[in-house]
Design a protein around this ligand. Structure first.
Ligand code: MN
Length: 350
């Protein structure tokens, strides 16, 4: 996924962040509600994505730094997804679908079909580029793209890696989970991580209550995809929002008080203590670095390599607008300043 904004904000991503609207429920952890903002994916009839991270309120949950949620999208009405080759640095992209198929091609020589229930993880390291296109047989598209910030020691590695993993469902009383990253409910995903993380799709039947054991060193976010009456620690998390809980919780109670099935995605991790600068599709550590990445992309630099075989919705090598690659937006004139890291808690007000 590319960030399609014409004038993307620069986010200084830090753990913690300003305390957002949160709720307290007797005897349970406070929960901060992060609501999504709509971002059009480009084109006149474009599909919208719902972005819950990053926001001013909170920019990181562990090393998770970006949550885009989309669909269910009728491809006949919106045209689906057609993201021409675009670059990334310093991050991993994790694709998770509920419906549809996306064709992925990257400059590491990887070509894959992203299918529902199958985790696909691309590691950008020092630089990669890729295209993402919903396939012609896709009538509905519904899923997530998540980004993970890479820590200092691996973020400049030249390797362009791509991993694929299909988790087996793990059952519990009243539901099931697909653990696609890290460990949860006794399942472990054999996928490389550079900081401690967890990621899982969790489904709950009507009336189900799950007391989920979690790592107390992790902070967590629970995205609600389906379900109008889903609660986290007794606090209602609206559909399409993320309920955030800070560190120091050993269990999280997730309950479906609705009449229909609920589907959620849990992301969590150890607080990421490095300060990260995110602009457009780049993660870096300084304004100068981001400027350098942008210039190299605009000049077809070797850092990013080339996508071979992109077939967009405009034909071979072309998206609907006739572009063979996505140019970087203009950089903002403002220089970024470091920001203090507040603690990773959904905090009570003083
Ligand atoms: Mn992308």
């Amino acid at each position: 996924m590319t960030n399609p904004e014409e004038n993307p904000d620069t986010h200084v991503c830090v753990d913690g962040g300003l305390p957002g609207p949160w709720s307290e429920h007797a005897g349970r952890a406070p929960v901060e509600i992060i609501t999504a903002r709509a971002v059009p994916l480009g084109g006149p009839r474009a599909m919208n994505v719902r972005r819950t991270l990053p926001q001013r309120q909170r920019s990181l949950i562990g090393a998770w730094c970006f949550i885009d949620h989309y669909g269910p999208d009728e491809v006949s009405a919106t045209g689906g997804m057609d993201v021409a080759p675009h670059p990334h640095t310093g991050l991993q992209t994790l694709s998770w679908l509920f419906e549809g198929t996306v064709s992925h091609i990257d400059s590491g020589g990887n070509s894959a079909h992203v299918l529902p229930g199958e985790m696909n993880l691309m590691t950008a390291g020092a630089g990669i580029c890729h295209s993402e296109t919903s396939t012609p047989d896709t009538s509905r598209l519904h899923g997530l793209q998540l980004w993970i910030a890479l820590p200092e020691e691996v973020r400049d590695r030249p390797g362009r890696e791509f991993e694929h993993f299909v988790p087996e469902p793990v059952g519990f009383d009243g539901g099931s989970a697909l653990v696609f990253l890290g460990s949860l409910l006794g399942a472990e995903a054999p996928v490389s991580m550079h900081t401690p993380l967890v990621g899982a799709e969790i489904r709950l039947d009507p009336g189900a209550v799950l007391d989920l054991q979690v790592d107390p060193g992790f902070e967590h976010g629970l995205l609600v995809d389906t379900g109008e009456a889903l609660t986290l620690e007794g606090v209602h998390v609206p559909k399409d929002a993320v309920g955030y809980t800070g560190v120091e919780n050993r269990t999280l109670r997730i309950a479906n008080d609705g009449d229909g099935p609920a589907r959620t995605v849990l992301v969590g991790g150890a607080p990421f203590t490095e300060e990260v600068l995110m602009w457009w599709n780049f993660l870096g550590r300084s304004t100068e670095e981001i400027e350098q990445y942008r210039e190299e992309w605009q000049n077809h630099g070797e850092r990013f390599g080339r996508v071979e075989g992109y077939v967009g919705h405009g034909g071979p090598g072309k998206n609907r607008e006739g572009m063979d690659r996505i140019p970087a937006p203009e950089l903002p004139p403002v220089r970024m300043r470091p920001r203090k890291n507040p603690p990773p808690h959904a905090r009570f007000q003083d």
